[in-house]
Design a protein around this ligand. Structure first.
Ligand code: FES
Length: 151
């Protein structure tokens, strides 16, 4: 009788091990899937800088789109007079474009228009485009968020 009980105990232990390993594997997979969702699905931060060479190549007063920064840069007389505008319309977030014939930014979604400084010319957008100033730091020109300017 002691032999039968010992065999049953051995079989149970033999079954417990794969169940434990399988449970551990499922827990690990679940953890990695959850951590990937939690840590890697957030939007990548915009790289808000450009090289001095790129800046020097821009023509003053002519908006230039910087794809990696997702911004339009309007070069002024110098860096201090230059501004960058976030490329998302303040109405519902569509990407607007520069219209070189009309010299305004136009949003294709609902027709908002902005002047070269990002001020609203025509709605439905009611807020100006988010402005950034440009400052030089260790061989990079950095974009710094400014308060919106409304005149
Ligand atoms: S998102 Fe630009 S006008 Fe609506």
């Amino acid at each position: 009788m002691a032999n039968v009980s010992s065999n049953t105990k051995d079989r149970r232990s033999f079954i417990k091990l794969p169940i434990l390993i399988l449970s551990g594997a499922v827990a690990l997979i679940t953890f990695f899937a959850a951590s990937k969702f939690a840590f890697f699905t957030t939007k990548q931060k915009k790289r808000r800088f450009l090289t001095p060479e790129t800046f020097d190549a821009m023509r003053p007063g002519e908006p230039c789109f910087i794809p990696q920064a997702e911004a339009w840069v309007v070069k002024g007389e110098n860096l201090r007079d230059s501004v960058a505008l976030d490329d998302r319309c303040t109405h519902l977030g569509c990407r607007y474009k520069w219209n070189p014939e009309r010299l305004i930014f136009e949003c294709p979604c609902h027709g908002s228009e902005f002047d070269i400084q990002g001020r609203v010319i025509r709605g439905p957008a009611s807020r100006p485009l988010p402005r950034m100033s440009l400052t030089e730091s260790s061989n990079q020109i950095l974009f710094t968020i400014e308060q919106s300017v409304e005149k």
